[in-house]
Design a protein around this ligand. Structure first.
Ligand SMILES: NC(=O)C1=CN([C@@H]2O[C@H](COP(=O)(O)OP(=O)(O)OC[C@H]3O[C@@H](n4cnc5c(N)ncnc54)[C@H](OP(=O)(O)O)[C@@H]3O)[C@@H](O)[C@H]2O)C=CC1
Ligand SMILES: O=C(O)[C@@H]1CCC=N1
Length: 266
């Protein structure tokens, strides 16, 4: 029996697929559904997995992981519902889409688990927040946790926190890449060769994240440790404060949360 069927191997689906395979998950325990022949060939060549254009392959799978856009998920659910049966688990990573709206479209006894992953899953450094639905047993939620743990850290959260989670970690890598890109461009502006600016910016973000994680020290304290009296960092941070960067982050994450909530009805 195929253990897991992945429906949708776009940016996030392929990152999860790569994370699963990198963690040692056997390729023959996975089937990917992809309708476009050209994309299917790419996935076979890159990952050595079985790719089908038939959503009927979900029949009998232990887990069906839906990685399609929120705007497409209900059409996919309506198409696969006749092939699903009690005991299977549908895992959705669609932003905003609620567990109840999925449960309403699958047969009774099909477990639903909602997950918000992020793209660092590709390098097994992702973080996924996960909530189980009404029909999901402890064992089914644990199996979903195990699946996602191949892509990095997993935390279980109440579903009502999912829009906020999306604002912090689901969309979060985009903010970090934005910061890296801005630091590289600024470094080039200051006269550094682009490869040097890139290496300095990426390792600085990586080292800072590892330090925040491994020391457990509050980021404000870590920031103070960099900020010598009347020094260079204080001059830089003053510019960030004067230009409203902290307020911009709050507004950005609020907009993200609100868009996630809107997608519930997509
Ligand atoms: N990108 C991210 O960082 C994150 C995304 N998510 C969620 O993941 C989901 C996917 O997002 P993302 O990867 O960015 O989007 P993409 O558009 O990159 O991927 C969506 C994929 O779904 C495929 N698809 C659509 N309909 C079907 C179908 N009927 N059968 C099989 N495949 C289908 C598309 O194929 P085709 O191109 O051939 O139409 C495409 O490959 C969304 O719900 C999003 O909210 C969650 C967390 C993070
Ligand atoms: O931009 C999006 O809608 C998706 C959901 C979280 C990250 N990317």
């Amino acid at each position: 029996m195929t253990k897991t069927v992945l429906v949708g191997a776009g940016a996030m689906g392929e990152a999860i697929l790569a994370g699963l395979l990198k963690s040692g998950r056997p390729a023959d325990s996975l089937v990917v559904v992809e309708k476009r022949a050209e994309r299917a060939a790419e996935l076979v060549a890159a990952h050595g997995v079985t790719v089908s254009d038939d959503l009927g392959v979900v029949a009998g799978a232990e887990q069906v992981l839906l990685a399609v856009k929120p705007q497409d998920i209900f059409a996919v659910l309506d198409e696969i519902a006749p092939s699903l049966a009690a005991g299977q688990t549908v895992i959705s990573i669609a932003a905003g889409v609620t567990i109840a709206s999925i449960e309403a479209r699958v047969p009774a006894g099909v477990a639903v688990v909602r997950v918000m992953p992020n793209t660092p899953a590709l390098v097994s450094e992702g973080i996924s927040a996960l909530s189980g639905g009404l029909a999901a047993t402890g064992a089914q939620v644990a199996a979903a946790e195990e699946l996602m743990s191949a892509c990095g850290t997993v935390v279980v959260v109440p579903e009502k926190q999912m829009d906020a989670v999306t604002a912090v970690s689901g969309s979060g890598p985009a903010y970090v890449f934005y910061v890296i890109d801005a630091m590289v461009e600024a470094g080039v502006h200051l006269g550094l060769p682009r490869p040097t600016a890139h290496q300095l910016a990426v390792q600085t973000v990586l080292g800072s994240a590892v330090m925040a994680r491994d020391t457990g020290t509050h980021p404000a304290v870590l920031r103070e440790q960099v900020t010598s009296p009347a020094g260079t960092t204080a001059a830089a941070l003053r510019q960030l404060d004067e230009r409203g960067v902290r307020a911009a982050f709050l507004a950005a994450l609020e907009a993200c949360r609100d868009r996630s909530a809107e997608l519930a009805g997509s």
